[in-house]
Write a protein that binds this ligand. Structure first.
Ligand code: IDP
Length: 151
């Protein structure tokens, strides 16, 4: 079992896609183990997007992530990190495969609806960045046998 972090970016909130996107994760069989609405700060964005800090568009990304609150989700499932990355699609919404979240809802590199952790190690760091231990829930997924059979 893996846990992963998703951020529904301001582009999802502003365009009324929150329910649509969360619904995809639920229908897929991922277990929702944490969710909250927060404002991101420069401090947290500089940590979260540290790998982009020297890019010319860094300031723009930070501004766009603060346009409205975001929703952070913690999802759990077998291979959850890779499954959720695939569901998100590649960074540029115009190039992302139809059927993916970015491929279906985004026409932009920057305004691409969701963030999803890119490795199990990153997922752990990012979950700790956005959730305290009491905000992450451990409860049985009653449909587990129907979702996974004997995998
Ligand atoms: P990822 O979100 O697909 O993992 P990263 O390279 O980690 O992609 O970039 C983080 C976010 O920064 C992207 O989701 C996108 O919103 C933004 N971004 C990345 N590259 C560009 C760019 O060239 N122009 C504007 N925004 C960008």
């Amino acid at each position: 079992m893996q846990k992963t972090l998703v951020i529904l970016k301001p582009s999802a909130i502003q365009r009324g896609l929150v329910g649509e996107v969360i619904s995809r994760f639920e229908k897929k069989g991922l277990q929702l183990i944490g969710m909250k609405m927060i404002y991101l700060t420069d401090e947290i964005l500089e940590e979260h997007y540290a790998h982009l800090k020297d890019k010319p568009f860094f300031q723009r990304i930070k501004e766009s992530m603060k346009v409205s609150p975001v929703i952070v989700l913690a999802l759990k499932g077998v291979d959850a990190v890779e499954v959720v990355r695939k569901m998100a699609g590649i960074t540029n919404g115009r190039e992302a495969q139809p059927g993916t979240i970015r491929g279906d809802y985004s026409m932009s590199v920057q305004e691409n609806i969701v963030h999803a952790s890119d490795s199990p190690e990153t997922a752990q760091t990012e979950l700790e960045r956005f959730f305290s231990t009491t905000e992450l829930f451990n409860y049985p997924q009653l449909m587990h046998p129907n979702i996974y059979a004997n995998d």
